[in-house]
Write a protein that binds this ligand. Structure first.
Ligand code: TLP
Length: 346
């Protein structure tokens, strides 16, 4: 039976070109700055983002953590959405390892934070208060169904931050999905942020790794913090080689993933017992609800899995399916047929 794995775009396997690049990669000791392949990837990433410098890290979680450790000291506060990945799914790393205090604001359904809410949350200087240092945004927004933040919105948050001397970090795990969906250069989405982390190992299909981009000084300090968390990786060119192929070959094709997600969402909308807001499907993530109370989302997930379709129950009545390299239009039709059968049997 063919397994259609829609749990995440993290399940993507390296392409033949990536395996070839891995085989051919020239490597050296990256902690000495001597891995030519890592250096090439970092230069390429900085250039793509329009930033001065970049740093290769093991994961998105490490990239966000290292960025937060670089922006904030112990007892400092960062403003973050209540549905942000950095807040929900990174094991409290900034608090556990950096003594950094999260100040959560309600995410709007489109992934934004209300500008008035941000303004109201910025603290005055007072010995009782933590010091607000940073605003953290997420584009695309995972828990908001892959919602895209526009260049204009991001710019307005950055302007507000600059007025109060705060930095802005973008969790851009899927920022290339946002760029493809909006038809803009990714530079336009990160122009005014102080740091951005993007993942090579999700929609771009590389096996391992993420990159942080920012100015020279920020990246110098981030390199120290990467060392502190044990992220100095020696002959990392072996994996960085696939990252270079990802940036060269795998960005534009994400439009196919978006088209497949849209088709999936439209198909789900026609199946009785499921609820979905089609306006919210903008990129490669489809979040929908099991409206029928005849089975729990966990049971639904298990039944689909027996039929060869994997997706994730997300708490509450919500479920998530993610399209990616390796999932074709036919797979979407096959997945919809399995979902339809499971719902009919209820
Ligand atoms: N997200 C994963 C899981 O952790 C939920 C997924 O399957 O979507 N920022 C965002 C917006 C993310 O979605 C993720 C991973 C990360 C950061 C962390 O990246 P990794 O998994 O490389 O540490």
């Amino acid at each position: 039976m063919r397994i259609i794995d829609l749990r995440s775009d993290t399940v993507t396997l390296p392409t033949p070109a990536m395996r070839e690049a891995i085989y051919q990669a020239e490597v050296g000791d990256d902690v000495f700055g001597e891995d030519p392949t890592v250096n090439q990837l970092e230069e390429m990433a900085a250039q793509r983002m329009g930033k001065e410098a970049a740093l290769y890290v093991a994961s998105g979680t490490m990239g966000n953590l290292v960025s937060l450790l670089t922006h904030c000291g112990r007892g400092d506060e960062f403003i973050v959405g209540h549905l942000a990945h950095t807040f929900l799914y990174e094991a409290g790393g900034p608090a556990a390892l950096g003594g950094i205090h999260p100040r959560t604001l309600l995410n709007q359904p489109d992934g934004t934070l209300d500008l008035a809410d941000i303004e109201a949350a910025i603290r005055a200087e007072n010995i009782h208060f933590p010091r607000t240092r940073l605003i953290c945004l997420e584009n695309t927004h995972n828990r908001c169904g892959g919602a895209v933040l526009t260049p204009e919105y991001t710019k307005s948050v950055c302007q507000l931050a600059q007025r109060d001397g705060l930095a802005v970090h973008l969790d851009g795990a899927r920022v290339f999905n946002a760029a493809v969906a909006l038809g803009v250069d990714v530079k336009d989405l990160v122009e005014d942020v102080d740091s951005v982390m993007f993942c090579l190992s999700k929609g771009l299909s590389a096996p391992v790794g993420s990159v942080i981009c920012g100015d020279e000084e920020f990246i110098y300090e981030a390199r120290r913090n990467r060392k502190i968390v044990g992220g100095g990786m020696r002959q990392a060119g072996i994996i960085a080689a696939a990252g270079i192929v990802a940036l060269e070959q795998m960005v534009d094709r994400q439009a196919e993933d978006h088209a497949n997600a849209r088709r999936l969402a439209e198909g789900l909308a026609e199946i009785p017992g499921l609820a979905i807001n089609l306006d919210r499907v903008q990129t490669n993530i489809v979040i929908f609800e099991l409206a029928s109370e005849r089975l729990t989302p966990a049971e639904f997930e298990a039944r689909l899995s027996e039929g060869g379709v994997k997706l994730l129950a997300m708490g509450g009545r919500g479920l998530r399916a993610v399209t990616h390299y390796g999932i074709e239009a036919d797979d979407i039709e096959a997945a919809l047929a399995v979902v339809g059968e499971v719902m009919e049997q209820l």
